[in-house]
Design a protein around this ligand. Structure first.
Ligand SMILES: [Zn+2]
Length: 82
């Protein structure tokens, strides 16, 4: 019995083919990139790099929305401990 093949998608950030990750506005961001974005401080240059990538989604002007989308997806329903 053939299982439905998981379509491989290209991660928006690292450009690698990934099967797992989160989707933001129909674009895939793989788990590792998503974690990096969440962990990156907003003052870090890398953050700008990521945001620049994400700006391709035409939501760059909506940074706050994006952040909450990423963080929300990243926690996956698990309680976040601080
Ligand atoms: Zn990636």
């Amino acid at each position: 019995m053939a299982l439905k093949e998981q379509a491989q998608e290209v991660c928006l950030v690292c450009g690698q083919h990934k099967t797992e990750g989160i989707h933001i506005f129909n674009q895939l961001i793989c788990d590792s990139c998503q974690k990096k974005i969440v962990e990156t401080d907003v003052t870090d240059w890398k953050y700008k790099y990521y945001m620049n990538k994400l700006a391709k989604l035409r939501i760059g002007k909506c940074k706050k929305s994006l952040e909450s989308a990423v963080v929300h997806a990243g926690t996956g329903g698990e309680a976040e401990k601080h």
